[in-house]
Ligand binder design. Structure first.
Ligand code: G6P
Length: 375
């Protein structure tokens, strides 16, 4: 392992910095002439998928968050209802499954016991099962009817980073594949394909933009006991995944909360001392996120407010420019459904630098296993 880390002090940092390359591997051979997605397994089962009444995505941990990050584009492009389920909860409810369902199992290891149980259950109920798995030959990849490998390369750090972004890329490609015949979506599809082509360069640019800045922020937050992260729309998943990363490696209580829920309870926690991270989006949620920021500022959050936005997000940049003390982390800009790939990067780095500042074992956090194969 020592050799494989190369010049990086930890696997987690290496894997974060590897993302310009890992997402390229994920797309390799799957985008033809830069203008057409080709996922063999999905294509072979296309007519059955198109006939299905529901697409259900089942996963645990970070893999679940990747499903949440991709739900909106899958719904938009497939026009099939998309349901995202935590594997454990799916089995607690013995969720009704029909032969007309396509159920996708998303997993880095392909061995997570909760997800594997859900797969066996869905098979028993006659659903068509798809695997979206990183480890080739793993149980989930063997027991599914077809699938898409993530090809992100082996991930050693217990906290998943590069596989999260590859999972989003694969699910966006699946959404493109499922809408390949749809004429009225062609402009939208072209914009997303363009985003995929530029994604590697944009990840690289984002890492350069944020790395030192985030290290400074980590030093400021290292002794905090609690952090809140807010996002909505595409960035709901980002704030939840950001919170999971910080919990996992830095052991700081962090909650990812839908910004729409702020007024329904969480605002009671807000004071001038609690650090808060807000993810801004440039879609129809933009105005709503801006209003959440106004509410936070009105409650005295200032020195402790961190906004993550695209460098092209002029509305957000103007809003915070006049507010002294608000810290803005700018990431590269891309199409809405891929923005979460870029916005999670400063938070992967933040969790990493927080763990380093707190002198914790970044690659092997206490009480966690890379793959939970028992109940
Ligand atoms: C464990 C790991 C998490 C991971 C989850 C799902 O809890 O600690 O980092 O996200 O399992 O793993 P999978 O291999 O199914 O993606």
């Amino acid at each position: 392992h020592e050799i494989m880390k190369g010049s990086f002090p930890h696997f987690m940092k290496k894997e974060i910095f590897e993302q310009p390359e890992s997402i390229k591997q994920t797309m390799r051979g799957r985008i033809l002439n830069g203008s057409e997605v080709h996922l063999t397994g999905v294509r072979e089962h296309m007519s059955d998928i198109r006939k299905s009444t529901r697409l259900i995505f089942v996963a645990s941990g970070t893999s679940y968050n990747a499903c949440m990050a991709s739900r909106q584009i899958l719904e938009e492009l497939s026009e099939i209802p998309v349901i995202v389920e935590l594997a454990g909860d799916f089995m607690d409810r013995l969720c009704p499954i029909f032969r007309s369902d396509v159920v996708a199992f998303v997993s880095q290891s392909g061995e997570t016991a909760d997800t594997l149980d859900a797969l066996k259950y869905a098979r028993k109920h006659g659903a068509m099962c798809m695997g979206i798995v990183n480890v080739v030959g793993s149980s989930i990849s063997r027991l599914t009817d077809f699938g898409v490998h993530l090809n992100a390369g082996s991930e050693i750090g217990v906290a998943s980073t590069k596989v999260y972004t590859s999972q989003i890329v694969v699910m966006v490609m699946i959404a493109l594949e499922l809408s390949a015949d749809s004429k009225n979506k062609s402009a939208r599809r072209i914009a997303i394909l363009q985003g995929l082509r530029e994604l590697s360069a944009n990840i690289e640019k984002t890492i350069l933009l944020v790395d030192e800045h985030v290290q400074r922020i980590a030093d400021q937050l290292a002794d905090d006991r609690s952090i809140l992260c807010f996002g909505r729309g595409y960035h709901y998943a980002t704030c939840v995944e950001a919170a999971l990363k910080i919990k996992e490696v830095a052991y700081i209580h962090t909650e990812g909360i839908n910004a729409g829920e702020l007024k329904h309870g969480p605002i009671a926690l807000v004071d001038e001392n609690l650090p808060i991270v807000v993810f801004s989006s440039m879609d129809l949620t933009a105005v709503k996120v801006q209003s959440a920021i106004h509410q936070l500022l009105a409650r005295g959050v200032r020195q402790r407010l961190i906004v993550v936005c695209s460098e092209s997000d002029t509305q957000m940049l103007e809003l915070v420019a006049s507010r002294e003390g608000v810290d803005v982390i700018k990431v590269a800009h891309t199409v809405d459904c891929l923005q979460s790939v870029l916005s999670i990067i400063p938070m992967q780095l933040l969790s990493y630098y927080l763990a380093v500042a707190r002198k914790l074992n970044v690659d092997c956090p206490r009480n966690l296993a890379k793959s939970v194969t028992v109940h």
